[in-house]
Design a protein around this ligand. Structure first.
Ligand code: TRP
Length: 331
């Protein structure tokens, strides 16, 4: 069985794009792989959250992932900061991570540009912490998006460097696991092809959005004045609305609006009203589950403890072996 590790940043709520993207595949992977999913709360300290925000954000993502079907019995669902072995491995890896390679990392260069007032060492060494997260469980596969591929490449560099330095064939080389065809791409509401929280106000629909918020966002989605010729090609923004319908509505509903479009009889107002109700039908069970879980600190405490115990078992074994390989031996 292959070991899978993925980290979840505790920022923001899950949107439909996340759900149909990574989330559904995480849920499936639990059935076949030895999965470790953790909330990257050490990593989030690079942005200096207040203690209340830190805790609130961690709780929100934990609850939303549980609501989507991550199962603490099937996978190991834990908080990064519950496993200090990760921090120890990070320290070891930092001794062999070079200033030059860390500074060349694209995400670091972006941060220098976007937040010049807070270029801290945690940002510079973000890739070594991420490498530690992954190799602490000797992972084989890491399900990540394109934006994380460079980090994963660096993880391989650090793992191989450790193996070479100590002439130990110890860490496996983790590969990026790309969902490829299984990825249903969800477009944004603002005409852009991608739903994302950084795309701007009104682009994304969150699972936790209220019905009123969803209606408002969908009604504001970008459209145009409508087709003028039968069977006309669809502009991107219109194609996006149809793609959302394809993911969320009944087949007959989609067909009805396809036919109306092709006959130049479409009324976007009606289509959006229908789409909004279909989105609400889809998100409501998630929202209800999230609200329930947010109230259940006893259950959440159990989930976190179960994850901590399982993750600790794996991490402690690795750290013990790594210490011996490095030469920390008892007298
Ligand atoms: N860097 C990842 C992101 O921004 C989060 C992350 C931290 C992660 N550690 C990881 C992902 C380890 C995969 C494996 O989304």
């Amino acid at each position: 069985m292959q070991t899978v590790v993925s980290g979840i940043r505790p920022t923001g709520n899950l949107h439909l794009g996340n759900y149909f993207g990574a989330m559904q595949n995480f849920v499936k992977m639990q059935e076949t792989d030895n999965c470790y999913f953790f909330i990257a709360d050490y990593h989030s300290l690079t942005t200096h959250p207040t203690p209340a925000d830190l805790h609130g954000n961690v709780k929100q993502v934990l609850v939303e992932y549980l609501a989507c079907g991550l199962d603490p019995e099937k996978s190991t669902l834990y908080l990064q900061s519950d496993i200090p072995e990760t921090a120890e491995l990070y320290l070891f890896l930092n001794m062999n991570a070079y200033q030059g390679e860390l500074e060349r990392c694209t995400s670091f260069k972006d941060k220098i540009r976007s937040q010049p007032e807070n270029v801290n060492a945690g940002l510079l060494t973000y890739p070594t912490l991420m490498a530690a997260d992954i190799i602490i469980h000797k992972a084989h596969k890491v399900p990540v998006g394109k934006d994380q591929e460079q980090h994963l490449e660096m993880t391989r560099t650090f793992a191989n460097r450790f193996n070479r330095m100590y002439k130990a064939d110890y860490f496996p080389e983790p590969v990026a696991y790309n969902f490829g065809e299984n990825l249903i791409k969800i477009p944004g509401l603002d005409g852009s092809t991608k739903m994302g929280k950084s795309e701007g106000e009104g682009n994304a629909i969150f699972l936790f959005d209220t019905p009123e918020a969803i209606r408002k966002k969908v009604m504001k989605a970008v459209t145009d004045s409508g087709p003028t010729e039968p069977n006309q090609a669809k502009p991107q923004a219109i194609e996006n609305l149809f793609n959302l319908m394809k993911a969320l509505s009944e087949q007959e509903t989609l067909q009805f609006y396809e036919d109306s479009y092709n006959a130049c009889a479409i009324r976007y107002g009606d289509m959006k009203k229908q789409l909004a109700e279909d989105v609400i039908r889809f998100t409501t069970p998630f929202r209800e589950r999230i609200l329930e879980l947010l109230k259940d600190d006893v259950y959440l405490g159990k989930v976190v403890k179960m994850g901590r115990d399982k993750a600790h078992e794996s991490a402690a074994k690795t750290i013990k072996e790594v210490r011996e390989i490095i030469g920390f031996k008892s007298f």
